[in-house]
Unconditional design. Structure first.
Length: 367
């Protein structure tokens, strides 16, 4: 064994040289060992490098230094699943581009300028600010979680973009009916419920029959994004949807009959995603680019146009704040045209007779 004047020691195992040095862990000195290659020169170089890192406060445990961004993201997803998070599938999709760009990088090598460059490239590709932010924010959370778990020492600064680019998408009735016509039967009820209530896609796809009171004709949602319950009466088209789904809950398989506990299902199984079927229906109907989330805006707008009070509408759609509801309550050019015509009609009906208003006491000019 050979020492380098307090820097540590070098020893050999078989054909390889190893280095040993000491680092502080919770106030105690702990020996670290690391393979250094096949020559004494390489061992001395590595040991000196580690000594400098330790005394300059830049030392990183070699095992932790090998942790990649993919490792951090996998760790974060496991953490969310253990907490019972509902939005893991959406998050996996949001992180796809992050993984493609940074997945193989060692986490300690990810720096702020790299993130800024990534954001610039995504903007050039036409990604929306909100879309970019979701991926970057998830990566930031994964880094912060790793630091709390003492897997990382430092976390880079993550820039986020201002989200003032709210979508203006909504469905006119003809668009909705055309797309509905081209959807497979197992998705029609999902879309009808979304169009009428503005409920989120995950809220609808997670509905089980225990949420439906057939006698009272009520649909109850106990958990949601805002962690608040909702209960809506089932009547008209909504009741027809539920009746149809109740009749379709039995699925005959080759060897048995399955009773699905999901209100909306595909061959008895919960519907996880319907992107391909949706995309195909939109193209067939002549309305490419439409998004299911636009039903949320559509329901808010339709209720407002129908004269439903904001409080009642929010209790149906599940919007927690007035400001968010108003953001979803999109106005079209036709709305604005009608508003101007109504205003013009109102002004035209006003009297043209000149009115004389007396001055307040004490305001007469002095002579």
């Amino acid at each position: 064994m050979k020492g380098l004047r307090g820097q540590g020691r070098i020893f050999k195992r078989g054909e390889k040289y190893w280095v040993a040095y000491y680092v502080d862990v919770d106030g105690k000195s702990k020996e670290q060992r690391e393979s250094a290659g096949y020559t004494m020169a390489d061992a001395k170089k590595l040991l000196k490098s580690r000594w400098i890192e330790i005394h300059s406060g830049k030392f990183v445990d070699p095992k932790k230094a090998k942790i990649t961004v993919n490792d951090l993201l996998d760790n974060y997803l496991v953490h969310l699943k253990n907490k019972g998070a509902k939005s893991v599938s959406r998050l996996i999709s949001d992180l796809k581009r992050i993984r493609e760009t940074f997945g193989g990088f060692r986490a300690i090598n990810v720096k702020s300028p790299m993130m800024d460059q990534y954001i610039s490239e995504q903007l050039e590709l036409g990604r929306a600010n909100a879309t970019i932010n979701r991926g970057v924010s998830a990566l930031k959370t994964a880094f912060n979680l790793a630091r709390k778990q003492e897997l990382l020492k430092d976390v880079p600064f993550f820039t986020t973009l201002r989200e003032d680019n709210a979508r203006q998408g909504f469905f006119e009735k003809a668009e909705y009916e055309a797309i509905l016509h081209h959807l497979p039967d197992y998705l029609k009820g999902v879309v009808q419920l979304a169009y009428k209530t503005g409920w989120r896609r995950a809220e609808i796809l997670n509905l089980k029959w225990e949420s439906v009171d057939l006698q009272a004709k009520e649909l109850r949602l106990w958990t949601s994004k805002n962690r608040e319950g909702r209960c809506i009466p089932l009547q008209g088209e909504l009741w027809n949807v539920i009746e149809r789904q109740w009749s379709a809950r039995e699925v005959k398989l080759k060897d048995r009959t399955l009773i699905s506990h999901w209100v909306f299902h595909n061959k008895g199984e919960q519907i996880q995603s319907f992107y391909k079927a949706w995309h195909t229906a939109c193209n067939a109907a002549g309305y490419p680019g439409k998004l299911p989330h636009d039903f949320r805006r559509t329901a808010a707008r339709n209720m407002t146009r129908a004269g439903v009070t904001e409080t009642v509408a929010m209790s149906i759609t599940g919007h927690k704040t007035n400001s968010m509801f108003r953001r979803y309550n999109i106005t079209s050019q036709e709305d604005k045209k009608q508003a101007l015509l109504d205003t013009e009609e109102y002004v035209r009906g006003q009297s043209s007779e000149k009115k004389i208003y007396p001055l307040p006491t004490g305001t007469l000019p002095k002579k």
